[in-house]
Design a protein around this ligand. Sequence first.
Ligand SMILES: [Zn+2]
Length: 214
Amino acid sequence: MNLITGAPALPEGRIIEDSIVPARAPWSVRMKAGEMLRVIDIEGQQAVDFLCFGASSHEGQIERYHMPNTIKIPKNLFVGKGSVLYSQFARPMMTVVEDSCGGHDTIFGCCSFAVDELRYGKHNAECCQRNFEREMAKHGLGPEHVVANLNLFMNVPVAPNGDCEILDGQSKPGDFVDLRAEMDVIVVISNCPQELNPAAGGGPTPVRVVVWEG
Ligand SMILES: [Zn+2]
């Protein structure tokens, strides 16, 4: 496949979906175990807020991405090639099998009108919290399921004293992450609309998402 970016050609496999997620917009997809998702930061420095949910409940609960398990099992704060996204049941949901950027943030969660007001004293035009709520509603998931999310392409270094802050993104145009579904999942992303800090490079831009048979 001839991608419009510098990302390598996709491996063999049938393309299921190939979409552009506009700047500031949410997107979601249902994936079967074994299917692959590529997220491409077309212009660079664009945070992509990311959550995944089990397509079926487990032990009577909605299974979902669990930030603490994703950090404490590998004992590392950052997601990159080889990282596993774990659920609250410590079951692998997705695995990062390729990654041209690295250092994806696990701790800062998503932007919201409330935290923008607290941090900056003003409102951004949109926020990831609302994007998540709108997109998850399509799958019957209420706002209580907007939990601490993964932030692809967002740069939040942590100093030895614990200081942490969103700095300019390290992703270059065409940087990408490939994730394999380890169970049937619903992936929900918010292409971060933030304009009050560097999460979206100061100006939100589109990203590309491709799903294919692994
Ligand atoms: Zn955001």
